[in-house]
Design a protein around this ligand. Structure first.
Ligand code: AKG
Length: 274
């Protein structure tokens, strides 16, 4: 990891995160990083499609047009580098409120679902496939020194350009600090699409978001392939998402400054920012 000194959200970015539950970080990855990540993910996809297994990577197919790959850091240096990226780790620590550990890595490579009628999709401005959140305001969030914090935070990098028809992530801005039943928030937001937001991004842009924010994959309406990579983080004492446990021997082989992020070795000796 290179020097992280001085890497922080601007006051405007922090305000955006507090109000809406997410902030877009433009141009974080350079073309070389984007190319290496795309190559690694396409190679993992091709291997899995050939019928071979790549432990500990797990995968789920959502049809021929959609594959989700998980537990990726052992597979390729580029994927590990993303999970401990010096331009991102300090920002995640800022909104978690202390030292973090990696909780999961997942990637999605997807295209338009051929079973979906394009004309039907065109009728709605936004077509989320399934709104959800990973934690809830109240037990998964806290306020400290007037700032909103979440104990489960993700960085999601777009590895392809994502225009309005290319399946940018759908969000319900502000839902990260609501205690309404989730189904009522989703129903109300779907009834007035002014309450929704769909990401548009260039390859290399990152969305930093609280997992208490209600979010969803979005149907693709174009013929473009979409590739995203997600890293999830928590305070050090929490566990990885099941299936995202990283081999201790692999962790031992890593540079010392990276090991605690991957292993969560800080555990209950959580170093807080306050
Ligand atoms: O596919 C996307 O754009 C969103 C991914 C997602 O829902 C998640 O990371 O939980």
């Amino acid at each position: 990891m290179t020097d992280q000194a001085g890497v922080q959200l601007t006051p405007s970015q922090r305000l955006h995160f507090d109000i809406y539950g997410f902030v877009m970080l433009r141009g974080v990855l350079n073309p070389d990083e984007i190319a290496r990540l795309n190559q690694a993910l396409q190679s993992a996809k091709a291997t899995i499609e050939s019928g071979a297994e790549i432990p500990p990577i797990y995968f789920n197919r959502g049809g021929d047009h959609h594959i989700l790959l998980g537990n990726l850091v052992q597979y390729d240096q580029a994927l590990l580098d993303y999970a401990v990226h010096p331009k991102l780790v300090p920002l995640v620590e800022e909104v978690v409120g202390g030292k973090i550990r990696l909780e999961e890595t997942e990637a999605i490579i997807n295209r338009r679902n051929p079973a979906k009628d394009r004309a039907e999709l065109a009728k709605r401005r936004y077509n989320p496939t399934g709104f959800h959140s990973g934690t809830k305001h109240g037990w998964g969030t806290y306020i400290e020194q007037d700032k909103f914090h979440c104990i489960f935070v993700k960085t999601l990098v777009y590895l392809t350009d994502v225009g309005p028809d290319d399946g940018g992530t759908s969000l319900i801005p502000g839902s990260h600090r609501l205690t309404w039943p989730q189904n009522r928030i989703i129903k109300a937001a779907m009834a007035d699409d002014g309450l929704l937001y769909q990401v548009k991004a260039k390859a290399g842009d990152v969305i930093l978001f609280a997992e208490s924010l209600i979010h969803s994959t979005t149907e693709i309406r174009s013929d473009n392939e979409r590739i995203i990579l997600i890293a999830g983080y928590t305070p050090t004492m929490f566990q990885p998402w099941p299936g995202n446990e990283v081999d201790p021997d692999f962790i031992d082989s890593l540079p010392e400054d990276i090991q605690p992020i991957i292993s969560g070795s800080g555990s209950w000796h959580w170093e807080r920012n306050y």
